[in-house]
Design a protein around this ligand. Structure first.
Ligand code: ZN
Length: 291
């Protein structure tokens, strides 16, 4: 939910395109669905329409209804629940700390999108998920907002490192998104003082249907090295900040992880309640003993 995505009018158009050859019930209103899907990319919207068609077919419905659309939306947003997936206790524990890290950093940093839900029920390819919901439809992003988002992306990995002393492959997607975002800040949005307000690399305009954008290099080898250095510097700086935040609040981090292990899913109010507490609900010694 961080990179620029189509706005509400854009989403409506994209939905119309993908819904053209589908049998739709009269209650399906693209305008309404477009309003309820902030943050969805073109590809997400396409998936959602196809998923709704599948659900309708599976239920022997003649037409796709709004209910199918809603169910499809949840699935695209969070992936299908996979309660039958076999996970070891250790994996579950690591996931709980990883997600607790995301949630806590998102709560602590100002101006970030609020937490909607944190869960350690596997969905899609993820063992756990922290979901943020944008309050409003943003068209521009302040660099402070993006820097905080880098921190949120890195926080799962840092939490694992702090608690278990090592990291797992579970942070692969976080790191990928973090790196991409930092690169955009440097190359597209002129947010690096070192590189200045210049655009590096030409893009092919194919944003409309959410396709990948091909980058063409239009800068020298030495500039490429500088860009890499800047991207790295920005990411490492965010990583340091997260380390500090989570170290200072490790008692709360442990409390959130424990609550996740007990209840599997926490909402915003649950997390607020935990953070509002003095953070001594679970002693570090107890957790060490379980690990
Ligand atoms: Zn993560």
């Amino acid at each position: 939910m961080i990179v620029p995505v189509p706005d509400v009018k854009g989403r409506e158009k994209i939905l119309e395109v993908h819904g053209q050859k589908k049998a739709l019930a009269e209650d399906v209103k693209w305008e309404v669905i477009a309003r309820g899907t902030p943050g969805f990319s073109g590809a997400d919207l396409e998936n959602m329409v196809n998923e709704a068609a599948l659900l309708a077919a599976r239920g022997d419905a003649e037409k796709i209804t709004m209910i199918h659309m809603e169910q499809a939306k949840d699935k695209v947003m969070m992936g299908a629940e996979r309660r039958s997936m076999i996970i070891t206790e250790k994996e579950k524990e690591i996931t709980a700390y990883h997600e607790a890290g995301h949630a806590l950093v998102a709560m602590l940093l100002p101006g970030t999108d609020p937490i909607h839900k944190v869960t350690i029920i596997p969905r899609g390819r993820a063992l756990g998920l922290t979901q943020q919901l944008p309050v409003d439809e943003k068209h521009t992003y302040a660099s402070s907002f993006l820097k905080n988002n880098l921190c949120i992306l890195l926080s799962g990995r840092v939490a694992e490192e702090l608690i278990f002393g090592e990291i797992t492959t579970g942070s692969g997607n976080d790191i990928e998104r973090c790196t991409q975002l930092a690169r955009k800040m440097v190359c597209e949005w002129g947010m690096s003082e070192e590189m200045g307000p210049l655009s590096y690399g030409k893009k092919e305009e194919q944003i409309f249907l959410g396709r990948e954008i091909a980058q063409h290099r239009d800068y020298s080898e030495s500039t490429a090295v500088k860009i890499d250095d800047e991207v790295k510097r920005i990411v490492l700086k965010a990583n340091e900040k997260v380390h500090q935040l989570l170290s200072e609040n490790s008692a709360v981090l442990r409390s959130i992880a424990q609550a996740l292990l007990e209840r599997e899913t926490l909402g915003l109010d649950d997390i607020k309640a935990i953070i509002g507490h003095d953070g001594k609900t679970a002693s570090p010694a107890e957790i060490q003993a379980q690990a």
